[in-house]
Design a protein around this ligand. Structure first.
Ligand SMILES: Cc1cc2nc3c(=O)[nH]c(=O)nc-3n(C[C@H](O)[C@H](O)[C@H](O)COP(=O)(O)OP(=O)(O)OC[C@H]3O[C@@H](n4cnc5c(N)ncnc54)[C@H](O)[C@@H]3O)c2cc1C
Length: 257
């Protein structure tokens, strides 16, 4: 991943009660020059009282000439570092960024697209909708806690957006078992399946995505792995550091099978 660059906050505004759009300026955005992915992500180095932590976020609207970009942060309570940082971000605040990485962009040859996720994937899903070819058929399923957490997304002919509401209670941090019952899991399974080749982009809480949705797409529907971008973006009850360990354990268990 390309080297570190300083970011300066220029503005911060709420897109919803739990989503803050922070805009940044930087002296050097050249690392984004060859970035072709809509899920382009960066590693943010965030200062803390004890040092710093690294957190992963989707970079939006990189403008090489203006040297600006934006990031939408989920504000998920007092836990963690990045969420609380974003909740109080103000012009002049500083971060360091490394990246971007990325792996997905809508395939113009797909017959239809499935874009699914929770709040953490709203930025990447919005960028994917913007990049869909004119006239593409896409079903977008997004889980948020309640209707007032819905946000405006790009509007395109052929793109049908459905919002799922989980209610406040299932946001309880530390509930390791939650996820499989997430409304997103049921909504993906209930989606009427169309003929033709589907390309899927599915990201969000890891248990819901990796245990609830991935087996359905890969095994039950038999989608080729190359047509499915799927991973957890965060794990309920775990910090990003502990979540990385969870991902390694999952990968090791799957290799051993
Ligand atoms: C490729 C990629 C792209 C991502 N893009 C984005 C993005 O654009 N915007 C975004 O907001 N997130 C995004 N994420 C998710 C983000 O990296 C995690 O949510 C991260 O854990 C947040 O760090 P934190 O310091 O706020 O919380 P942490 O210190 O990591 O965790 C503290 C506690 O908060 C909980 N928690 C963490 N995230 C959430 C959440 N979203 N909702 C509810 N509880 C949570 C954890 O389970 C834990 O209990 C992305 C992740 C990946 C891998």
């Amino acid at each position: 991943m390309p080297g570190a660059t300083d970011l300066v906050v220029t503005s911060a505004e709420r897109r919803s009660p739990a989503l803050v759009r922070v805009r940044f300026r930087t002296d050097d955005l050249s690392a984004f020059a060859d970035s072709v992915f809509t899920d382009r992500y960066v590693k943010l180095v965030i200062p803390t009282d004890d040092g710093e932590v690294v957190r992963t976020y989707t970079a939006l609207e990189p403008d090489l000439d203006a040297r600006t970009l934006a990031i939408d942060f989920v504000v998920h309570g007092d836990e963690g570092v990045a969420g609380p940082w974003a909740a109080t971000a103000a012009p002049g605040d500083l971060l360091t960024v490394r990246g971007p990485g990325g792996a997905y962009t809508p395939d113009p040859d797909a017959d239809w697209h499935l874009l699914a996720g929770d709040e953490s994937a709203i930025p990447a899903i919005g960028a994917a909708i913007e990049a869909l070819p004119a006239g593409a058929t896409a079903y977008v399923l997004i889980e948020v806690s309640s209707p007032d957490h819905q946000v405006d997304l790009p509007v395109r002919d052929g793109v049908e957006v459905t919002w799922l509401h989980r209610g406040a209670s299932s946001h309880a941090v530390g509930d390791e078992g939650a996820g499989l019952e997430a409304p997103l899991v049921g909504a993906v399974r209930d989606l009427p399946w169309r003929e033709g080749r589907v390309q899927a982009f599915v990201h969000g809480e890891a248990a819901a995505v990796m245990h609830g949705i991935r087996p359905y797409l890969l095994k039950e529907r038999g989608l080729p792995r190359a047509d499915v971008s799927i991973s957890g973006y965060w794990r309920r009850g775990r910090t990003e550091e502990a979540f990385r360990a969870w991902k390694s354990e999952l990968a090791a268990a799957e290799t051993a099978r």
